[in-house]
Design a protein around this ligand. Structure first.
Ligand code: CP
Ligand code: NVA
Length: 309
């Protein structure tokens, strides 16, 4: 099994499903007030090059609730690549802590850290992928219906969140349609990898430029910000490019039963209307809640490779 959790596509379907089952169990235990102490004495370092609410709080609270501890590292303190090489940071942390969760701009940086660390590295979002978000989204979908029967439609920017959802859909055999402008479609390597995985899992992954066509009969309609962290200079141009992809009353009329998803943070009135975000059809706070439970399952899986005693 991989040492690290950098991409959901690195993990076999059976392992992903086991983590999902454990996440469901941890959610039930948490809601019943129980806090299994499976990571007692373990420490997670957390490195953020970009802002975060959900990822930061759910990893830190998750470690504390499992009996462990988390340390926040800021780039201005550590200076990976400026004060110290990624190689030396990875080798030092490997001597002290049991895992590192990193949110970086460059995906290559988390790969470099993983190559040079003996401890597991968890991808807390890079410009390319957001695997922890996809795991929480899978849990959210599984609480509504069997993911293998689900038709998920993503509308908007072909970004890190979309990439991980595409790959996870392929791994677990979920139906996934994505509608983006041709200029902002998911990278070819993501579609090719997903199609190769889906050929054995039974997943059905497709892209279109037409959002109305994409949402027809969807069980879930998902969107994310049009301007990801690091792209702020393009915000105005992006607002124009993505305007036809807004998730609004008109778009969702084509899928009257679809539940609505967003990884957050959301920009009300841009990629989705406030009316829909706050409607009964919205699953956004379920998704946010499930970050806690699904990441605890990931933490246990990578920090206790021999399983829970
Ligand atoms: N969805 C998500 O990753 O949220 P944060 O950026 O607040 O961590
Ligand atoms: N695509 C967004 C996700 C934020 C959780 C970004 O990268 O900023």
């Amino acid at each position: 099994m991989p040492k690290d959790f950098l991409s959901v596509a690195d993990w076999p379907a059976a392992e992903i499903m086991q983590m999902l089952a454990r996440a469901q169990e941890l959610r039930s235990l948490h809601r019943a007030g129980e806090r299994p102490q499976t990571l007692q004495g373990r420490t997670l370092a957390m490195y953020f090059e970009k802002p975060s609410l959900r990822t930061h709080v759910t990893f830190e609270a998750g470690m504390a609730q499992l009996g462990g501890h988390a340390i926040l590292l800021r780039p201005d303190q550590v200076g990976i690549g400026t004060r110290e090489s990624p190689l030396d940071v990875a080798r030092n942390l490997s001597r002290w802590v049991d895992g590192l969760m990193a949110r970086t701009f460059s995906h290559e940086l988390v790969e470099l850290l993983a190559e040079n660390a003996t401890i597991p590295i968890i991808n807390g979002l890079t410009d390319r992928l957001h695997p922890c978000q996809a795991m929480a989204d899978l849990q959210t979908i599984a609480n509504v219906m069997n993911p293998k029967d689900a038709r998920v439609c993503y509308v908007g920017d072909g970004n890190n969140v979309a990439n991980s959802l595409i790959l996870l859909s392929a791994v677990v055999g979920m139906g996934f349609r994505i509608a983006t402008p041709a200029s902002h479609c998911p990278p070819a390597w993501v579609m090719e990898r997903a199609e190769a995985i889906a050929a054995t899992s039974g997943g059905d992954i497709s892209w279109t430029e037409d959002p109305l066509e994409a949402v027809a009969d969807a069980d879930f309609i998902y969107t994310d910000t049009w301007t990801s962290m690091g792209q702020e200079d393009e915000a105005e141009e992006r607002r124009k490019i993505f305007a036809p992809y807004q998730v609004n009353r008109h778009l969702v009329a084509g899928a009257p039963k679809a539940r609505l998803m967003h990884c957050l943070p959301a920009h009300r009135g841009e990629e989705i209307t406030g009316e829909l975000l706050d409607s009964d059809r919205s699953l956004i706070y379920e998704q946010a809640e499930n970050r806690l439970h699904s990441q605890k399952a990931v933490l246990e899986r990578v920090m206790l490779p021999k399983g829970i005693a």
